[in-house]
Structures are given as C-alpha cells and as structure tokens.
Design a binder for this molecule. Structure first.
Ligand code: SF4
Length: 410
C-alpha cells in the first residue's frame, strides 16, 4: 500500500498490517507521522487529559543471576553492592511515598537465587496489611524465575502472588520480543513465548498489566515492529494490557556501551508508530525518565497520552547514568502536562481505572463527546493536503505539471 493510502486508512480507523507499519515507520515524514499518531490518540482520548500516577519504584533486591548485557543495575550473587531490602526499609519508603501523595508502588528486583516464593508472599501481605497502596510488581521474567526456582507452574505462582496482595503486573523484561534479539542481549532471561504466556495467564486470572519495549540496541527496525505485533496479538485475545511504554536503551555503564544512543526523533517515530499499530491498547505512555521532560512533553503530540509515573525513586535507569532519572515531584508531571495545553488529571493509577479500583476524580470537566469529531476534522485539516485527498492531489500535480510545460514552451 502506498504511503498516502496508509494515512487515509489510519485516519478512517482501519487496522494496518506489518508491511504498512514498516512503510509508515521507515518512509513517512516525521511531522506527518506525528500528526497522524496524534489524530489516533485524539480519537481514543478526546478528553483534554494527560494522566500520571504518583508512585515510587522500589527495587527490593539487585542480586541477580541473569547478567543481562544491557543492565547496569544488578549485582551477581556474592558480589559487592548486592542488597535485599528489609521490611523496615520497605515500610519507610512506602510511608514516605504515601506522605507525598503516592498511591502506588512499582516493585521489581533481580533473579535472587535464595529467596523462596514465600518470601515474596510475606512481603506482599506485609505491604497490604500496613499501607494503602496499589502494588504493581514482578515482571514476567521474575515470575518465570520464581516458577523454576520453586518448581511451580507460572499460573500457580501468579495465583499465589495475587492471593497475597499483588494488584497488577508491570510489563518489564520485554526488551524486544524476538528470540534472536533476546538470546543476544539476555540469554538467561525467559524467551518471548514465556513473557507473552505469563501476561496472557495473568490477564486470564483477572490481573491487568502493562507492556514495555526497550529499543535501540542490537535489534533491527523490523524486529521492533514484530514486538508491537506480538503485543497486539495477545491484546486481541485478552484485552488485559492497559498501557504500552516504549523507551530507549541507555547504554552507559553496560556491556553494550558501544551502542549509539537513539535520538529524540527516533524515539518519537517509534512512539508514533506504536500508537498507530496498537489500536487495541488504550494508553501509550511517554518516557520522561529516559528522554527528559521536554521531549516527553512533545511526545504527548506524537501519540502519547499518559505521562507515567512521577518516580519518587528510580534506580535502574539511573544506574545507566541518565541525568533525568532523579526523584520526581508531583508538580513536575502536573506542570508539564498543563504546559502542553492538555489539562492534567491525576488518576489513582491511570492504567487500572476501569478495572481494579475507582479513579480519583478528574479535576477537569470532560469535553462533550461530539467535540471528538471536530477535533479529528481539525487534525485532517492540519495534515498536508496530499495526505487528505490523494486523488485530488494527483490532479493538482498534473495541472501544475501542465502549467510548467506551457511555461517552458512559451
Ligand atoms: S535486567 Fe533484571 S534480570 Fe537482567 S540482569 Fe538486570 S536485574 Fe537481572
């Protein structure tokens, strides 16, 4: 399909396939691609809101047997700097989060070889008994590791964690969902099928999850697209992914430090294509931690609608030396989303609002539904003329050409 026809199909709400996505990703003009993704975002979210959540990333342990090449965070078992948080430290961090208005904690850790599943269950029960927070924890590779270490089926691990207080699962550890890439950068981590299988099982058990993509290392553009299509396929069956979060690989201090850092334009192109391909995922989250708040703000016009977390604490990206991975404040997300002329609305947890717990009241009135079609027409008007009506454009081109010919003849 030609580029013009793909734009028209997307604007008409049609689903695109792999070849069309590839054409868009590799050939579309940068600004036109952004405008197209923004039109799709406005169709899904006509209300003038950008969501975010006040939360903290707590890494309960950095001890890990996995040794992924892209990771600057882990410590091998027995190595200097390895830690496991005790429950008192955990309490202090969560109490501080709640005092700052936080409503969620995201917990992930390394693949610790000596902690049994009961340790994680105790930790969850302890948190739920003592703190009013949503617990978003344990990525699919962690769940697969618990499963192997304890000799249990992944479904049983999920059931037990859920019974102990797990509210939802973060989409970490996805990197690129193509086995050829995974075996190169993280050979000990679970393969693509297991990552997707854990998510599908979690969805079937009623848990909601996110999906991430870490791109910009050894993968090809086509492998990035394969990742999107793998997520879309599971989402067609389950509807359990609440948000998609693409972010760029940060190579400093890792075994892949020779990789070139992706530019903001490359990030925004991928974000825009993600919004267009993932027509069945409601929220696309921008990554202010890796791209900085200015590009994240711009990303709200390239398909993004969710500013993610304020990240009162973040350790993994910071270990790779990223300057913007610092303690966030609620007003940062709030002022950034307001400054982009999209009113901000803080949700208890944006992604779970329709599923697990009621959202805190949005502070701004919703726009009437009929405005969405006005907005879409406005976006169509802003798109270059040739993208709106290719047929007429060809006629105009023909007329222009004829005029040029006449001019030279005379
Ligand atoms: S990315 Fe996770 S699994 Fe891989 S080495 Fe780092 S902590 Fe371990």
């Amino acid at each position: 399909m030609r580029l013009d026809a793909i734009f028209t199909a997307v604007l008409d709400g049609k689903r695109i396939g792999f070849d069309e996505a590839r054409t868009l990703y590799l050939e579309a003009d940068f600004h036109e691609l952004g405008a197209l993704a923004h039109a799709v975002r406005l169709r899904k979210h006509p209300e003038p809101n950008v969501t975010y959540v006040v939360d903290r990333n707590i890494n309960y342990s950095n001890i890990c047997t996995c040794g992924c090449k892209f990771c600057a965070f882990y410590a091998a078992p027995g190595a200097e700097g390895g830690y496991v948080l005790d429950f008192d430290e955990l309490d202090r961090k969560i109490a501080e989060t709640v005092a700052l208005g936080g409503t969620q904690i995201l917990m992930q850790g390394g693949h610790h070889p000596d902690l049994p599943l009961s340790w994680y269950e105790d930790m969850l029960r302890h948190i739920k008994d003592n703190h009013p927070v949503h617990v978003h924890a344990f990525s699919p590779p962690e769940i697969m590791y618990f499963s192997e270490l304890n000799g249990l089926e992944p479904a049983e691990v999920i059931r037990r964690l859920r019974a102990a207080g797990l509210d939802s699962i973060p989409g970490g550890g996805a990197e690129i969902l193509v086995d050829k890439v995974r075996s190169e950068i993280a050979p000990r981590k679970c393969p693509t099928g297991e990552w997707l299988g854990v998510m599908e099982e979690a969805h079937n058990q009623g848990l909601r999850t996110t999906a991430t993509m870490m791109f910009g290392h050894v993968e090809t553009p086509e492998q990035r697209l394969e990742h999107l299509f793998a997520v879309r396929e599971v989402q067609d069956r389950t509807g359990g992914f609440t948000a998609f979060i693409p972010w760029t690989f940060q190579p400093d201090h890792t075994a892949l430090s020779h990789c070139r850092k992706l530019t903001s334009v490359e990030y925004l192109r991928m974000l825009a294509v993600s919004r267009i391909v993932l027509d069945n995922v409601d929220n696309v989250q921008v990554s202010w931690v890796t791209m900085g708040p200015d590009i994240a703000q711009l990303a709200l016009f390239f398909g993004g609608n969710d500013f993610g977390s304020t990240m009162i604490e973040e350790n993994v990206v910071k270990a790779a030396g990223v300057a913007s991975a610092f303690r966030g404040k609620r007003f940062t997300a709030s002022s950034r989303t307001r400054a982009s002329r999209r009113a901000s609305g803080q949700w208890t947890t944006p992604c779970w609002r329709t599923h697990d717990r009621p959202a805190r009241q949005n502070r701004l009135p919703q726009r009437p539904a009929h405005l969405s079609s006005h907005r879409e027409r406005a976006v169509r008007r802003r798109l270059p003329h040739r993208l709106r009506s290719p047929g007429r454009t060809q006629q105009a081109d023909g007329r222009r050409q004829a005029r040029r010919v006449r001019h030279f003849k005379h």
